[in-house]
Design a protein around this ligand. Structure first.
Ligand code: SF4
Ligand code: SF4
Length: 500
């Protein structure tokens, strides 16, 4: 029984639910554009050249860095470009991509299957399979999964986060309804890989079908399927862990620091596919929804497929659209439907264009304070961020804000509070960087001064030594000369005496 439901948060009804749980498979595209840089970690290095023929699942960009994952061809065909292309990011920046033109055959590379016998694999072998399959956090975080799994040995609990990240996204719900066996098996693989004593699959209480499906396939005593209230942001890792286990992950720490591993349910399915079927991450489930489409659906699309070719199957209307990748709360607005689906594209919102609501003055109603799931004071954070009093904002724990958007959502004055907090964090980061840079410059200057002073004193010491040595040498020489003169004098004196 769940006893630690966190305070705050909001219940947001899904405005455009996907009614049919079926996942529609989008045919492999004629052209796939694969991004080499994931949200977290370094950029993979191409190991193919333009003109090369590739098979589906073949590694086309590898890596020697731990914090980076390889990229696999999502279709078979010919490499037609390795260059910078626009990626789905609010700034519209370009990033290195590999483009494959399809040969229409979707011929797969030979897979290294491990079958159901994963228990005979050592945990390190499983972690290596996860890394080789290019798996990153599928809930939107994009963190390399093998790093997370290997970050804790003998974990006490594995938490499978089966809550949808945000209202509107339904890809995890459909995944659980369609692949319950694979998700249970994926959980068992992770239990084995991190030697956890138990696993909890946390699922929102409005996902009855998914809950029933998982329950039907779970015959493992170590795995519990736990329902939690449908409330945004109950799926945030730290809050979920607090609700399930009644333990706090301290600020600035990760769940792994307290022996808990938390993985998104989509990541668990990808781990199943990689370990059991030897299938690398070449596709993902994407929800297409919003006021601009008639038929919201969940699709399985190959990575590198354009947003437009998936969205076109959901019957978009003819109005002008706003496109958003990710959920309605924390997603990012993008300026084109020509971007490619990447490993973290869990949802594409197509909304009819509407003018932004008018922003008014803060009326100090405190609604924002009441909904903050982290117990912050967004109203105070707003005033300090607005006046760029970053130290004050930090006193109000700006760093702990998870940018969930609950405060902005309830604000009657339509103040984009999160934008202020993101701005304040960026200013703080810049100040820290500037201070660090100034500190490094000061250290360099001080070292240079010290070096000059040390060189001068070393030189003076050396000169004094030389002078002393010279003096001693001259004194010795003089002594020698005097001795010789004395000797000559003595010799000439005795000669004179003999002659006399
Ligand atoms: S909800 Fe908006 S208007 Fe109300 S206190 Fe917070 S910032 Fe001010
Ligand atoms: S965005 Fe930050 S301040 Fe606002 S409710 Fe979420 S955690 Fe609290």
């Amino acid at each position: 029984m769940l006893s630690n439901i966190f305070r705050g948060g909001i219940h947001i009804p899904n405005p455009y639910p996907v009614k049919n749980p079926k996942i529609v498979k989008v045919p492999p595209p004629e052209k796939a554009v694969l991004i080499l840089q994931q949200k977290v970690g370094g950029q993979a290095k191409p190991c193919v050249e333009v003109g090369d023929k590739v098979l589906t699942g073949q590694v086309i960009a590898g890596t020697s860095s731990q914090y980076c994952v390889p990229i696999h061809a999502s279709i078979s065909g010919t490499i037609s470009a390795i260059d910078k292309q626009p990626i789905p990011h609010p700034s519209g920046i370009d990033a290195m991509c590999i483009t494959i033109e399809s040969d229409g055959k979707d011929k797969w590379v030979e897979k290294e299957e491990c079958g159901a016998d994963f228990l005979s694999c050592k945990p390190e072998q499983i972690i290596d399979k996860i890394r080789s399959a290019g798996i990153v956090g599928m809930g939107g975080a994009g963190f390399p999964t093998h790093i997370k799994v290997s970050s804790v040995k003998n974990a006490n609990t594995l938490v499978v986060n089966a809550t949808e990240c945000e209202p509107g996204i339904m890809c995890d719900d459909s995944l659980m309804q369609n692949y319950p066996r694979e998700i249970i098996r994926g959980t068992e693989i992770l239990l084995h890989a991190c030697s956890a004593k138990k696993a909890i699959i946390a699922i929102e209480d409005d996902k009855q079908e998914a809950f029933n499906s998982l329950l039907m396939y779970n015959h493992n005593d170590k795995i519990t399927i736990q329902r939690i209230p449908t409330k945004y942001t109950s799926g945030a890792d730290k809050l979920l862990i607090k609700s399930l286990l009644d333990v706090e992950v301290p600020a600035g720490k990760h769940p792994s620091d307290i022996g808990v591993l938390c993985h998104n349910v989509g990541t668990v399915k990808a781990i199943h596919d990689a370990v059991i079927d030897g299938r690398p991450l070449v596709s993902r489930i994407v929800t297409v929804t919003g006021s601009g489409v008639e038929d919201p659906k969940n699709y399985e699309a190959r990575l590198g497929t354009s947003f437009a070719s998936v969205v076109s199957q959901s019957k978009p209307n003819k109005q002008k659209h706003k496109i958003r990748m990710g959920g309605m709360m924390m997603g990012v607005d993008v300026n084109s439907d020509q971007y490619s689906i990447c490993k973290i594209t869990n949802c594409i919102f197509i909304n009819n264009f509407e003018p932004e609501p008018q922003v008014n003055e803060c009326i100090r109603c405190s609604s924002c304070n009441q909904v903050c799931p982290i117990n912050l004071l967004p109203q105070q954070l707003y005033w300090s961020s607005k006046s760029e009093s970053i130290d004050k904002a930090l006193e109000y724990n700006l760093d702990n804000c998870i940018e969930c958007g609950c405060c902005s959502y309830v604000c009657p004055s339509n103040i984009p509070l999160v934008d202020y907090f993101v701005f304040a964090k960026a200013v703080n980061k810049k100040q820290i960087n500037d201070a660090e840079r100034a500190d490094i410059a000061r250290q360099r200057f001080e070292y240079r001064e010290f070096r000059i002073e040390r060189n001068m004193s070393e030189r003076a010491e050396m000169m004094a030594k030389k002078k002393k040595a010279l003096k001693e040498k001259m004194a010795k020489e003089k002594q020698q000369k005097d001795k010789i003169a004395d000797a000559i004098q003595r010799v000439s004196k005795s000669k004179e005496n003999k002659d006399a």
